[in-house]
Ligand binder design. Structure first.
Ligand SMILES: [Zn+2]
Length: 244
């Protein structure tokens, strides 16, 4: 946690030291990527901005809508400046905006909300007790050839969709995107941009790379494993289980 008197990003509290270290590494990674793409280390002039993605007027409107949602959230006091849209076949099928301040729910992020909105739209009926059949996002599709997926088929989810986010996704939202099987993420502002307006997403990415015991939040692993595994056994014993 930041100490109460710690307002300067140049101070030496652990959080700010870690942050500078992390951002330094991010910058180094960006430069290495830029150099690799250009084929020459010499051409990688020091720059804090990542390589700019190619402009696409057909897709820019989606980023503009994500940003509109983000600004609305700020102006109405609903949450942080974050918005997201999910696009399928060139159409917006889901919208989300940060509503943490409106709801008091810490995980009410734009991307998760957009995923829930798109999923509700793609599911023509309530799923509980249904056959999970065709026409819902739980329809099974085979794994792609060469995929390391341990099961031969699993639910389609939002495969075939793209997500546009005005700022880099936090690890929770990025994970939600993995669960949703979204094909492509477009984000505008970087993690560093997000850090500079006071949000700590970058730290979480760094923390995830550490062993459990070194994380910022205390984690006790292998705690009563025999108890927890009973649920896994129930899943494996279920004949009609539905991988997703
Ligand atoms: Zn998030």
């Amino acid at each position: 946690m930041t100490s109460p008197d710690c307002s300067s990003t140049q101070c030496n509290c652990q959080q700010h030291v870690d942050r500078r270290k992390f951002l330094g590494r991010t910058l180094a990674g960006t430069l290495a990527t830029a150099a690799a793409m250009s084929g020459s280390m010499a051409s990688a002039a020091p720059s804090e901005a990542p390589v700019k993605a190619k402009t696409d007027p057909n897709k820019r409107k989606f980023m503009e809508e994500a940003t509109r949602l983000a600004i609305e959230s700020v102006e109405k006091g609903w949450g942080g400046p974050f918005g997201a849209v999910i696009v399928k076949d060139g159409e917006i099928i889901g919208r989300g905006q940060n509503r943490v301040l409106l709801t008091g729910i810490p995980v009410f992020h734009a991307e998760v909300t957009a995923i829930m909105d798109a999923s509700a739209r793609l599911n023509p009926k309530a799923l509980l007790g249904s056959e999970y059949g065709a026409g819902t996002i739980l329809e099974m599709i085979p794994r792609e050839s060469g995929s390391p997926d341990p099961v031969p088929e699993r639910a389609r989810m939002l495969k075939g969709c793209e997500i546009y986010i005005n700022g880099a996704p936090c690890p929770m939202c990025m994970s939600a995107i993995y669960w949703s099987r979204i094909d492509h993420v477009y984000f505008a502002a970087s993690l560093k941009d997000t850090s500079q307006i006071g949000f700590d997403d970058a730290f979480q990415y760094e923390d995830f790379a550490k062993p459990w015991a070194d994380r910022r939040i205390a984690v006790t692993e292998n705690f009563e494993r025999d108890v927890g595994l009973k649920a896994y056994e129930a899943w494996m014993a279920k004949k009609d289980r539905h991988p997703y």
